[in-house]
Design a protein around this ligand. Structure first.
Ligand SMILES: *[C@@H]1O[C@H](CO)[C@@H](O)[C@H](O)[C@H]1NC(C)=O
Ligand SMILES: *[C@@H]1O[C@H](CO)[C@@H](O)[C@H](O)[C@H]1NC(C)=O
Length: 133
């Protein structure tokens, strides 16, 4: 009984402060080029990126998630360092192979920073998806 009472407040605290529920409280939907992503799709990509980062692994044979240096100078609402991870127009969570043009950006504390895309950018640069500038 004592153990249960002691555990419950801790469990609540952990749930309230962990990144995954926080991601779901906002509308994280975005449009990259002409591709619309639902908030759930963005959150799924960000969660996958977070899991790979925290376990020190990458998706399939890819290098993602990897460091995103923000050479473009986006003003993200969370501080870096940042990681980029593909988000796919197929609706599937990226697991290796061709990354396509679109990315979610998280920081290394797994907070969603924004969404960027090669669509409409020159060379290997990125432009912001809707909501990221
Ligand atoms: C994407 O979202 C925009 C803005 O909400 C909407 O005008 C457009 O029709 C949507 N496109 C698709 C392919 O669903
Ligand atoms: C990630 O963003 C959160 C929210 O802004 C911040 O509290 C945290 O310190 C950031 N993590 C890093 C590694 O900067």
């Amino acid at each position: 009984m004592f153990a249960l009472k002691a555990f419950l407040p801790l469990a609540f605290l952990f749930t309230a402060s962990s990144c995954l529920p926080a991601l779901k409280e906002r509308d994280d939907s975005t449009t990259c080029g002409s591709t619309n992503y639902t908030g759930d799709e963005v959150d799924a990509a960000a969660s996958a990126a977070c899991s790979y980062y925290q376990s020190g692994t990458t998706a399939g044979d890819s290098t993602y998630p990897h460091t995103y240096n923000d050479y473009e100078g986006f003003t993200f609402p969370v501080s870096g360092p940042y990681l980029e991870f593909p988000i796919l127009s197929s609706g599937e969570v990226y697991s290796g192979g061709s990354p396509g043009p679109d990315r979610v950006v998280i920081n290394t504390s797994c907070q969603l920073a924004g969404d960027i895309t090669h669509t409409g950018a020159s060379g290997n640069d990125f432009v912001g998806c809707s909501g990221t500038s």
